[in-house]
Write a protein that binds this ligand. Structure first.
Ligand SMILES: Cc1cc2nc3c(=O)[nH]c(=O)nc-3n(C[C@H](O)[C@H](O)[C@H](O)COP(=O)(O)OP(=O)(O)OC[C@H]3O[C@@H](n4cnc5c(N)ncnc54)[C@H](O)[C@@H]3O)c2cc1C
Length: 420
């Protein structure tokens, strides 16, 4: 096995003997039509076996499609396999922007929307909510379009498709005029202040992230990303809620870093501030695992207190947590389906056994708050429990069966979680 056939963290070794790289949509159609079991991988940044396949594993890296902008409609049709790091500068050069991005731009558009990948922002939906249409090669090799305008029901099921609907080739995204963002970091903000003022804290900027390690009674870092008018700078207050403004560039897990996008209140283009990590940062995956649970916004402060109580048990395994907010959406398999939601994320050291032992403890603490796990990050909740958190799961199963009756795009992950 080569490193190519593992995921980013190396904890999932793909079962397929090789990765196919079709160079045209016609070649992709033929490959899908002729395969018994097939799966497309994106940037391999998921920690679960959601992208795994024992037979035909496909990467769209060699599929050279253009980014097409429809300025009047406020849309861009992009190759599904493009990374946000490659896409965002092209949009920016055209004077356009996305509403939000994830913590790093290294992931693909198709991979991100397939797992409902998100950034933060009280009024911002996850990245899949920017999708207005999908072009998909389905199991029989045909190209099918899912469009919010033409068939909202199937569309809402297909966008967060967990890789089960087919091979996404083009994605049409809503875009808006390019904007300027500045970010500032505050250190050691008392956790009690944050939980007591949770709504005000999370709505205090365009995008807010809290980074506790749960090893003290403080949020170690609080990142605020403000939209500012071009050519202006928003003064950075020296203190915020008992925390001190940072005076050097930091990485979320602590320590100085030049891997991160500019902080210290320095304004810049949206795509060079919203992701925490720079597009050119090399981030090795050999000592990292991740987990994330999503709870309804109303439970966020209680859920944070529950995790804080586990703090001593997390010592030595946790690098840092991240708390982010996202607006409710209508996408059936989105972790924010139906309600404003808060994600409680854990970046772990790559200690697989220790992480596996911690997950049930965290899940037991969060169980009163109906924790939906991130599809692309490690969890131990039973498939039946996960299914019970998704009111449209039955409809999603039917949607997959209607486009893929033989289960060509199904893998062990989908068999367990969706089909039970
Ligand atoms: C360092 C790091 C930081 C992260 N930060 C965030 C974050 O800020 N927010 C967040 O929510 N998540 C985050 N994640 C998780 C990550 O965003 C998700 O796991 C995402 O799905 C990864 O996208 P990918 O391109 O690597 O897709 P992969 O992991 O390769 O694939 C994910 C799924 O998409 C499917 N897929 C990919 N391409 C296609 C296609 N063309 N057609 C059909 N199906 C396809 C795959 O089959 C699979 O089911 C992070 C992960 C890492 C490693």
């Amino acid at each position: 096995m080569t490193a190519q056939e593992c995921n980013w963290a190396g904890n999932v070794v793909f079962g397929a003997p090789r990765v196919h790289r079709p160079a045209s949509i016609a070649a992709l159609q033929e490959l899908v039509r002729d395969s018994r079991k097939v799966k497309v991988v994106g940037a391999r940044h998921s920690f679960t076996n959601i992208a795994d396949c024992a037979e035909t594993l496909i990467s769209l890296e060699a599929l050279d499609l253009p980014v097409e902008i429809d300025r009047a409609a406020g849309r861009a049709t992009v190759p599904a396999g493009i990374t946000y790091g490659a896409l965002a500068p092209q949009l920016h050069a055209a004077g356009l922007a996305l509403h939000n991005m994830a913590s790093l731009p290294h992931i693909t558009v198709a991979g991100a929307i397939s797992t409902a990948t998100h950034g933060s922002g009280d009024k911002l939906g996850n990245l899949a909510t920017a999708v207005v249409a999908l072009e998909v090669v389905t199991a029989d090799g045909d190209v099918v379009e899912f469009s919010r305008e033409r068939d909202a029901t199937a569309f809402e099921g297909a966008v967060v498709g967990l890789g089960g609907v087919g091979a996404l080739v083009r994605v049409t995204l809503a875009v808006e005029p390019a904007y300027t963002v500045q970010q500032e970091v505050y250190l050691d903000v008392p956790l009690a202040e944050v939980t007591a003022n949770f709504d005000a804290v999370m709505s205090g900027a365009y995008s807010v992230s809290l980074f506790p390690t749960w090893q003290s009674d403080c949020v170690n870092q609080l990142w605020r990303k403000h939209r500012v008018a071009a050519g202006t700078t928003r003064p950075v207050a020296p203190t915020y809620l008992g925390g001190q403004a940072a005076t050097i560039q930091l990485r979320p897990s602590g320590g100085a870093s030049d891997l991160c996008t500019p902080q210290l209140g320095q304004p810049g283009p949206w795509h060079e501030r919203i992701p925490h990590f720079r597009a050119d940062a090399h981030l090795p995956g050999d000592d990292e695992l991740q987990t994330e649970y999503f709870v309804p916004r109303a439970y966020a402060a209680d859920a944070m207190r529950a995790v804080a109580a586990l703090g001593p048990k997390l010592a030595g395994v946790i690098k840092v947590s991240e708390i982010r907010s996202m607006a409710a959406d209508r996408l059936w398999m989105s972790m924010a389906y139906g309600e404003d939601t808060v994600g409680i994320h854990f970046s772990w050291h790559g200690k697989r056994e220790a992480v596996a032992q911690l997950l049930p403890l965290i899940e037991a603490s969060l169980l009163p708050y109906r924790p939906r796990p991130h599809w692309g990050k490690l969890f131990a909740l039973s498939p039946a429990t996960v299914r019970s958190y998704y009111p449209r799961l039955g409809d999603f199963r039917e949607l997959l069966q209607s486009y893929d009756p033989a289960g060509k795009f199904r893998n062990a992950f989908l068999d367990a979680i969706v089909f039970g």
